[in-house]
Ligand binder design. Structure first.
Ligand code: SF4
Length: 402
């Protein structure tokens, strides 16, 4: 087995040494355990989710047996590996059955594997790293450091801060993605305590970097039209949006946007910008309607304006977005805290379903950084919880209705 130093946190020089000493640097696209869900409700829900999105966008589809979205981290891994004159290649194992890799039924390619930072991949990375002659290096800053013994090396910095994306390899493996993600701000102005984005100021990205990103997209994906704007709260830095609008216009003349935001920042001005930027879908982070939990999430706004005004604002925003012909997706989370009380959320779903095109139900990933002990079974299971089951059942019923 490749013997690592005691310190598995790699700085840029360590990473460079490991890459330069490798014979075969592979950017490994590993399957997620959750790709094969054993939860029938989840399967049914994803089918509806896919159909609803396909109805909005002619070009939308969910690829079979691979990731739903382009693994953007791999473009940065490509960039950094090329910087050190290694000749990296991509090993696309995303469609391989997770259990086959865990049971050693599939040959592993490469001697140094760069993988994504996602917590879902950790057990598999560790398993592969235990094999003779293979080093797995996980990408970027991880969130689970306090909870796992670090048994695979990882780099302690975020690649996107030090390099620009390079889609030359990824575009060979994924030539035709249904949508592309891009962000012009990072962090979030709100401070929800279950969220790993919390407590970071919303920082504007350097627009030169955003432009390089768009250039890469245009070069490798000239035909993709749908962009998912990954600014966590669209409109949190409204002064940066005109410039973003100009950049999109420069590279894609008929792009369409999906944005995510919090209803509190949506006002008439933002809706005007949304229309100008061809926003078709607005994902609203509603999360829960349970008062106690909402207060517990420590949403600063609830403290400031109070629960009742917060809900009134949500309802007004649902009306405003619908009046302006945008599709609203209501994002809800099951599993917030240990209390089980989906009733207010279910009531709200029923009352306002005419204004919500798709109820999008998440199971909360309990990241250690957000103060939870994370249980890594990786997939969303049948026994995940009564709340998830109830929200999903109601979501499926209402999503089918509309
Ligand atoms: S508004 Fe959304 S992105 Fe921002 S902290 Fe809350 S959950 Fe996270």
């Amino acid at each position: 087995m490749y013997v690592m130093s005691n310190n598995y946190k790699l700085d840029l020089n360590d990473l460079r040494t490991k890459l330069e000493n490798a014979d075969d640097v592979v950017i490994a696209l590993l399957p997620f355990p959750s790709q094969k869900s054993s939860n029938k409700l989840m399967d049914e829900y994803y089918k509806i989710y896919s159909d609803k999105y396909t109805d909005i966008f002619d070009d939308y589809y969910i690829p079979e047996d691979t990731y739903w979205e382009l693994p953007n981290w791999a473009s940065y891994a490509t960039s950094i590996a090329k910087r050190y004159d290694t000749n990296p290649r991509i090993w696309d194992a995303s469609g391989v059955e997770y259990s086959k890799l865990m049971n050693d039924e599939v040959d592993i390619e490469g001697d140094v594997l760069l993988t994504s930072p996602l917590i879902q991949n950790y057990d598999l990375c560790k398993h592969i790293h235990d094999k003779d002659g293979i080093t797995v290096i996980r990408g970027g800053v991880t969130t689970q450091e306090e909870y796992y013994e670090q048994e695979t090396p990882y780099f302690s910095f975020e690649l996107e801060r030090i390099t620009d994306p390079d889609y030359s390899l990824l575009s060979e493996v994924y030539p035709n993605p249904p949508l592309l993600r891009i962000a012009s701000t990072e962090g979030c102005v709100f401070e929800c305590d279950f969220c790993t984005i919390q407590n970071k100021d919303a920082i504007k990205r350097d627009f030169d970097k955003v432009e390089k990103w768009l250039q890469q997209y245009k070069e490798h994906y000239p035909d993709t039209r749908i962009f998912y704007l990954d600014n966590k709260t669209f409109g949190q830095k409204p002064d940066s949006l005109p410039k973003l609008h100009d950049l999109f216009e420069k590279y894609y003349d008929d792009y369409q946007l999906i944005v995510q935001t919090n209803h509190i920042v949506v006002d008439d001005n933002l809706i005007e910008i949304m229309k100008k930027m061809n926003v078709k879908v607005v994902e609203l982070g509603i999360e829960t309607l349970d008062k106690e939990r909402l207060i517990q999430t420590d949403k600063t706004v609830i403290k400031n304006i109070g629960y009742d005004s917060y809900i009134e604002n949500l309802i007004d925003t649902l009306h405003d977005l619908n009046d302006n012909d945008m599709f609203v997706i209501g994002n809800l989370i099951a599993g917030l805290y240990d209390t089980y009380n989906p009733d207010p959320t279910l009531d709200f779903m029923n009352e306002y379903s005419d204004l919500v095109y798709l109820w999008n139900i998440y199971a909360l990933a309990k990241y250690p950084e957000a103060g939870y002990e994370y249980e890594s079974h990786g997939e969303i299971r049948e026994d995940e919880g009564k709340e998830l089951t109830e929200l999903l059942s109601e979501g499926i019923k209402l999503n089918k209705k509309r």
